[in-house]
Design a protein around this ligand. Sequence first.
Ligand SMILES: NC(=O)c1ccc[n+]([C@@H]2O[C@H](COP(=O)([O-])OP(=O)(O)OC[C@H]3O[C@@H](n4cnc5c(N)ncnc54)[C@H](O)[C@@H]3O)[C@@H](O)[C@H]2O)c1
Length: 447
Amino acid sequence: MPGNDPTSVTLSRRTALQTAAAAAATLASAGGAHADNPSSDTIKVGLIGAGGRGTGALQQTLSVPGSNVKLMAVADAFQYRVDNVLRAVEKMQDKVDCPEERRFTGLDAYRKLIELPDLDLVILATPPGFRPYHFEAAIKAGKHVFMEKPVCVDSYGARLVMEVAKLADEKKRKVVVGLQRRYENRYRETIARIREGLAGDIVGGQVYWNGSGIWYRDRKQDQNEMQFQVNNWYHFNWLCGDHICEQHVHNIDVANWVIGSDEPQGYHPEAAYGVGGRQDRSKNSEIYDHHSVNFSYPRGVRIASQCRQFPGGANRVDEEFQGTKAFVRIGQITDYDGKVLWKFEGPNPNPYQVEHNELHDAIRNDKPLNNAYYGATASFAAVLGRLATYSGKPHDWNKALALDYRLMPNDPTWESTPPVLPDADGQYAIPMPATYKTVDVTTIGKS
Ligand SMILES: NC(=O)c1ccc[n+]([C@@H]2O[C@H](COP(=O)([O-])OP(=O)(O)OC[C@H]3O[C@@H](n4cnc5c(N)ncnc54)[C@H](O)[C@@H]3O)[C@@H](O)[C@H]2O)c1
């Protein structure tokens, strides 16, 4: 049960209902923007997931040049995160109107925020396991969305995001996914040169996120198992999807983008085969710390992907591709005699800011913008890679996407039992190829 720890605060149901009603009333009386016609008006923003990236994304959306914008509501699992983000934007007070009644906590806080009728834009920056469900709720409520990557961690979530992407188009809602390389000039210009034919046909490539490790948030005394896992989300697949999904999705997306097209519908590999494991057993964690995957694309194109999270090796985070005429590194194209054919030299503004600049422009001027499709193909390509490393077997895109594979329980609360539990020694099981199985956790015990 929740105790005094800042990561274990919840509201009673009665208080929550009263708070939601009061919040809707004050927001409506604030007047102003409307999601369908904000061009002369304020874009009213709600933040769901007020951690590191949510705080950054919020600051960026409040900093879009020339855009009248205001933070109206915050939702987070934990009260201390809500307090932290409001402190972080204290210096932007003219862009913040977020009284107590529009600050929500708990695992259902997202719903109370999304129910606020006059919000135009919501930022989704929780752990990715929640993303498909929050995205669905936001689009159904008619909000524009900025959502962080990855956008799913399993087959069910991928299918849901792909469906909701269509609904976003129907409702003319704008969606940006935080795959910021898509908003970086160095990448955009390199890929423009590839499209012009400078490298010939791309036949293969290598993509890397090899780094030294990730944070671990220790169990606090008065946290129950659910609170511990949500707070320490990186180490649980139902919340994180493993680092191949959470982190390496950026580089896998670049491969999809380079090999495929610039169309918003995205592109994806046909199959994946790989190996992975957990070398560092010092952390009590479900995820692997290295994956090496070969992705097969149409026409015999192959991408070798590596991601690693342990110290001591050489770190490398980048992408390179082989074309029939030249070798591509992002920012430079060289022929096979070593002659530089093109080098990026233009301005390279912060892509995290450009994401929000272009999103506001699309909202205000009703320009088509929906990254949810390629967000889903990139995220599910990473899931496909994880299926390959966990099972030790090749996995086919179509079959994997159709699996009854869902890691998120229905409407979890602090009192729910998480889908994975430690064993008698307090250890979480690490997926092993001989025994690995995909499941839909919502059907367990129901057959
Ligand atoms: N694009 C990038 O470069 C980039 C960089 C960092 C993180 N990210 C992504 O941003 C997301 C958040 O990562 P982070 O580093 O900010 O993590 P974080 O742990 O700092 O923040 C996550 C926040 O979500 C809250 N939360 C958890 N479950 C929730 C729920 N059900 N409802 C509401 N709030 C909930 C947590 O309490 C926490 O405040 C992840 O998807 C991550 O992959 C993207």
